[in-house]
Ligand binder design. Structure first.
Ligand code: 2BA
Ligand code: 2BA
Length: 109
């Protein structure tokens, strides 16, 4: 078994949830925050048998798209004036950042 951890954009999370349910893939959704943009994103934890991992990755690929996002200007309040960004910057946010970890043991009580 593997644990697939996927950080996706909030805009794609409902679509991905529905696709996972449709394909009978169990998952847990966590509300998360990107360290860089400090904007909300969604982290899916998907415990899945080894031979279904590729199928899950395809579902993630099909349902999550890359987008440009504007990064709000950072305040210089209390910060270093050198790092102040006075205008919005466009950042490319990927469709999904995915980690695949081995699961030593899986129990449900
Ligand atoms: P939920 O996904 O909200 O699922 C709640 C219960 O609904 C499940 O209980 C299961 O009995 C049923 N269920 C879920 N998906 C189903 C499906 N596709 N078809 C028919 N019945 C379905 P549990 O299995 O005890 O799971 C409780 C919670 O544990 C789940 O909440 C989910 O958040 C998490 N979970 C379970 N298996 C997981 C896995 N393999 N990976 C990640 N999270 C898992
Ligand atoms: P954020 O940390 O809010 O990052 C959003 C996007 O900003 C990133 O998209 C990347 O294009 C850009 N970015 C992030 N850090 C940067 C930096 N130090 N300098 C310049 N640009 C930077 P993605 O790479 O597609 O990541 C989307 C989200 O996935 C991230 O949101 C974060 O929550 C998560 N993530 C990405 N890589 C991760 C990693 N190695 N470990 C844990 N979470 C990760």
């Amino acid at each position: 078994m593997k644990m697939v951890i996927a950080v996706v954009q909030d805009k794609d999370s409902n679509r991905l949830s529905q696709a996972l349910v449709k394909e009978n893939v169990r998952a847990t959704k966590l509300a998360s925050t990107g360290g860089f943009l400090k904007a909300g994103n969604t982290t899916f934890m998907i415990g899945i048998e080894d031979d279904r991992v590729e199928g899950v990755l395809s579902l993630i690929k099909e349902n999550c798209q890359s987008r440009q996002q504007m990064m709000a200007p950072m305040s210089s309040m209390g910060g270093n004036a050198d790092s102040y960004i006075p205008y919005p910057v466009e950042v490319q946010v990927g469709g999904a950042t995915v980690f695949i970890l081995p699961v030593d043991r899986f129990e449900q009580f």
